[in-house]
Design a protein around this ligand. Structure first.
Ligand code: FAD
Length: 389
């Protein structure tokens, strides 16, 4: 059921979710004390640590809501929410498995063949198999249906793929991509270009695939351009229905947009700032802390309600778009507001954790309101959902 209203029922706290939250908190405190990771901003994009991902898999904190027969744990969306929230708040290195656990696995559960599910889902749940999203292309971001990468069936029924994807996060660390390609002609009319699109499950080690780095402002390598030259993707790696790629991508984006990562990317900065403001007692800093904390609490309530709606089997796509818009604006505002009231130089090499977190957040911030759909596009989705356009 799709909800085109902005009302979301309250989400009473679940005991199971609070229990797993405490377990994760204890695990993270131990890992921090052992020095296996240090806190950073925006680690769901940039904190790649396969060993850490495997540890989360061993604890049963990946594939949490999936059926046990595919390596999942049949827990609730609220329990999963508590785990993700704690990992993000601690700035833990979760980028290796993030996309696979959040959206590729659910996508396979919904559309994959039995063979695809059996082969791949247990490896994702174990924290050993990582995915990329192959949607955007040069000149096709918001206007995704204008993609030009083609998959043409050959005599064996395989797809021969040619084209290029861009902004492909962590392709250099990942095993598979779910790649949107054009396999058929567009139809007539303004929505015709949504026809003829198909999702393929692509093993990134196939011959003909090259992964070229694109560096972000802090010099880090997370993005890539992925070029496909006569790549032969076996016919049984079709995901879902040939030609139904647009519908499948839209459903996938609902998973992508609804989580707490859309307002917690700069939480490690806010937490560090909170400690500083409390220590200095500076009224200007405390005022900013109060303002940001109250927004964070409100966003969290909305985001929790979305998780609860997912648990009830609803598809709260319109509220999720709105919360992502508000959440990513918030995580950018954290950077601006903190910068105004602290007298700490922002530097990636700063010995002061606040200076380092501020620099990391500043350099990552431009991407927050772009990735997963720009805020202008999200506002358009909300307006359409409310019947305003
Ligand atoms: C950190 C990060 C990670 C990413 N990871 C991935 C990934 O792993 N896989 C992947 O496929 N993509 C990824 N992307 C790409 C991302 O999804 C696109 O950047 C996004 O969809 C916007 O597309 P674009 O960059 O082509 O901008 P454009 O679509 O060219 O938009 C440029 C500007 O025009 C505005 N605009 C465009 N159309 C309209 C409209 N109709 N109405 C109003 N305003 C409009 C946009 O809001 C934006 O401000 C990532 C991006 C970032 C920043």
């Amino acid at each position: 059921m799709s909800s085109n209203q902005l009302t979301l029922a309250p989400a009473p706290p679940s005991e199971a979710a609070e229990r797993v939250r405490l377990e994760v908190r204890e695990f993270l405190a131990q890992e921090l004390a052992a020095g296996t990771f240090t806190t950073h901003v925006d680690t769901w994009l940039s904190g790649v640590d396969p060993e850490f991902s495997r540890k989360l898999g061993a604890h049963g904190w990946l594939g949490m809501t999936w059926p046990k027969e595919y390596g999942g744990h049949e827990r609730t969306a609220q329990e999963r929410y508590a785990v993700t929230e704690e990992l993000l708040a601690a700035g833990a290195p979760v980028a290796a498995h993030w996309i696979a656990d959040r959206q590729s696995g659910p996508n396979l559960l919904r559309y994959g063949t039995e063979a695809q599910r059996k082969e791949i889902l247990p490896r994702i749940a174990a924290g050993e198999c990582y995915f990329v999203i192959g949607m955007s292309e040069p000149d096709s971001g918001s206007d995704l249906a204008s993609i030009r990468t083609r998959g043409v069936r050959n005599a064996d029924g395989d797809f021969v793929v040619n084209g290029a994807k861009i902004w492909t996060s962590n392709a250099h660390h990942s095993h598979y991509g779910i790649v949107l390609v054009r396999t058929g002609p567009p139809g007539e009319g303004p929505r015709g270009k949504h026809q003829g699109l198909t999702q393929l499950l692509v093993d990134l080690s196939l011959p003909g695939i090259s992964v070229n780095p694109i560096r972000i402002l802090d010099g880090g390598h997370h993005f890539n351009e992925v070029v496909f030259t006569d790549v032969v993707v076996p016919g049984d790696m079709l995901l879902g229905t040939e030609g139904a790629g647009w519908h499948q991508v839209t459903a996938e984006l609902a998973f992508e947009r609804s989580g707490p990562e859309r307002f917690l990317s700069t939480w490690p900065l806010l937490a560090e700032f909170g400690r500083r403001a409390a220590a200095t007692g500076d009224p200007a800093q405390l005022a900013v802390l109060g303002r940001l904390s109250s927004r964070a609490l409100a966003l969290r309530q909305l985001s929790l309600r979305i998780a609860a709606a997912l648990d009830r089997g609803e598809l709260p796509d319109i509220p999720a778009a709105l919360v992502k818009d508000m959440g990513t604006t918030f995580e950018q505002d954290v950077v601006d507001e903190v910068r105004r009231v602290v007298d700490v130089p922002a530097s990636l090499d700063s010995p002061d954790p606040l200076g380092r977190a501020l620099a990391e957040a500043q350099l990552h911030a431009p991407g927050y309101t772009l990735r997963g759909g720009t805020n202008e596009i999200l506002k358009g989705i909300v307006a359409r959902g409310l019947g305003l356009r």
